[in-house]
Design a protein around this ligand. Structure first.
Ligand code: FDA
Length: 515
């Protein structure tokens, strides 16, 4: 049709030439005229802020075979289209499906196979699978094996593993990326490379440096970890009136030093007042201490008695269950939900939101915490999540992987503000609120650089304004995510993608032309 810009037709022509042997493959191409185009485009956007955005791809491809991904890269280069690759679509800033210049989306929704090898204690998992699907697949084979990744089951493997990935077992086993032992990637020339083929530098870069800068990662070989048949969880909520401030304050001294088998995070939110989700009438702040212990209830209760008696955890607060049931529990599903909820790509987590992150290296004094609560009471729907570090994270060198936030960090802190819809001005007010909170936090968190976690993507930290951004410009945000590892990422990028084909607002710059 006349409405289709020429390069889209050229692109399709190019693909059909590349595909020739697979004429059926054209069924994987969705143009804006296709009836499924909008559904495909919108359904895996997790952050609803980007629903119905005017940034729409010329085409969406849903490859079934790696040769189609190869062809898509070669043809995009030939006709001058950008590529966005999407696995689970959970990028906070929508970088897997938004682009300011003409682009295509390669959506890996057909790349979701998982093969678990219990004897070898490994698995191959394709990028388009979710972490929930992975947890489910492991549990089908073994009650004493697991994988240390994030809490939300709909998060995609592709973005999660390539950006780090952490959850309830990070103190015992580190990041998801720390447990990756091989991968297949399609590079900018269309080659399909495994660890040996890509070499240790590139294999290093894709475990925490963000996949989108380096190629398209098809699949990952992961090391499974061992868990006891029974683990224990608790959820202990305390409001300000119940002494939350002192407890949060004390937790900062304890949580990173506990034995590695215990993980206690805090989810802090505002409740009451106009917020109908909670029965309390009075507006207050609620801190929920949320724990996974890789052991039984009795041991957990005595551990808590010894190390954090102020919290008052009792046997009746604790639930024993299998590890996989704990993933259902942490995902927020009702007790007794079938494991199949892990496979469900429902709307459970979808929301309009903006988030930011920090790392904390010195405990925040009580009056500092009080300042957070004061800001909380002025907003509608806000969360702060504090995830304790220490344990295994302290034992891994900062340079081991691109993710540098290791020894010396007490905890990671994430701020999230949510709102009900994209009404005029509504997003702006909430974003202004979170920016002020972020400014307030400056004096309490890591400095030089003020560090941030790549997977909690935040474009306010700085962006590449154009494809030939210098490494100096990019270091404004790059040092926050990667510290000293940024330099090595630039070197790897410059070698493997010298013309910077894999470009986005926060991709690693290629500086080879100036070398
Ligand atoms: P998406 O598909 O949007 O991709 C993210 C980025 O990676 C994009 O730049 C994309 O192009 C690139 N990419 C994706 N697949 C690729 C591939 N195969 N090859 C190359 N590049 C690829 N994190 C955490 O550590 N612990 C947690 O508990 C949680 N929990 C959580 C809950 C919710 C509700 C959300 C929205 C997010 C989280 N996260 C998280 C953050 C999450 O780890 C992060 O958003 C991941 O990048 C999401 O990966 P997806 O594949 O879903 O994203």
């Amino acid at each position: 049709s006349a409405a289709v810009p020429v390069h889209e037709e050229e692109f399709i022509q190019c693909l059909s030439n590349e595909f020739n042997a697979y004429t059926k493959s054209l069924e994987i191409i969705f143009t804006p005229e296709s009836s499924l185009y909008s559904h495909l485009l919108e359904s895996s956007k997790d952050n609803m802020r980007w629903i119905n955005s005017t940034s729409r791809p010329a085409l969406i491809l849903t490859p079934m075979h790696e040769s189609e991904i190869r062809a898509a890269i070669l043809c995009s280069k030939r006709v001058g289209l950008q590529v966005r690759v999407r696995s689970g679509g959970h990028d906070y800033e929508g970088l897997s499906y938004l682009c300011k210049t003409p682009f295509i989306i390669i959506d890996l929704l057909n790349f979701r196979a998982i093969e678990v090898d219990i004897e070898d204690e490994t698995a191959w998992v394709q990028s388009g699978a979710t972490i929930g699907e992975l947890y489910y697949a492991i549990a089908q084979e073994s009650k004493v094996h697991a994988f240390p990744a994030g809490l939300c089951p709909t998060v995609g493997i592709g973005g999660h593993l390539s950006g780090g990935g952490f959850g309830t077992m990070l103190r015992k086993y580190g990041l998801a990326a720390d447990n990756v032992i091989d991968a297949y990637l399609v590079d900018v020339t269309g080659r399909i490379l495994d660890r040996q083929g890509m070499g240790e530098d590139l294999f290093w870069a894709i475990r925490g440096g963000g996949g989108a800068s380096f190629g398209i990662i098809l699949s990952w070989k992961i090391k499974l970890v061992r868990v006891p048949p029974t683990v224990t969880v608790f959820n202990v909520p305390r409001t300000l009136e119940q002494g939350a401030t002192k407890l949060v304050h004390r937790w900062q001294y304890i949580s990173h030093k506990l034995p590695q088998d215990i993980f206690i995070r805090i989810v802090i939110q505002n409740v009451g007042g106009d917020n109908n989700h909670h029965a309390t009438q009075k507006k207050t702040v609620l801190a929920t201490f949320n724990s996974l212990f890789l052991g039984d209830k009795d041991r957990l209760v005595s551990l808590m008695d010894e190390s954090f008696p102020e919290l008052g955890v009792e046997a009746s607060d604790c639930l024993e269950m299998s590890w996989v049931d704990s993933t259902v529990y942490f995902a927020g599903f009702a007790r007794g939900s079938p494991l199949e909820v892990l496979l469900d790509k429902t709307e459970l987590y979808k929301a309009y939101f903006k988030a930011k992150s920090d790392f904390v290296t010195e405990p925040i004094p009580e009056d500092g915490l009080t300042g957070i609560w004061e800001r909380f009471l002025k907003e509608e729907l806000v969360f702060v999540i504090m995830d304790p570090y220490g344990g295994r994270m302290d034992a891994i060198l900062e340079s081991q992987l691109p993710f540098p936030h290791r020894k010396g960090n007490l905890y990671n802190i994430q701020y999230i503000v949510k709102w009900e819809g994209n009404g005029v001005g509504s997003a702006a007010t909430h974003i202004d609120w979170i920016n002020k909170l972020y400014k307030y936090m400056e004096k309490y968190v890591s400095k030089f650089p003020r560090a941030a976690y790549l997977n909690y993507r935040d474009l306010d930290l700085g962006t590449n304004k154009h494809p030939n951004t210098s490494d100096e410009e990019a270091s404004v945000w790059g040092l926050k995510y990667f510290k000293a590892n940024f330099k090595r990422l630039v070197q790897v990028k410059s070698r493997v993608d010298p013309h910077n084909f894999f470009w986005n607002e926060q991709s690693i710059p290629s500086i080879s032309s100036t070398w």
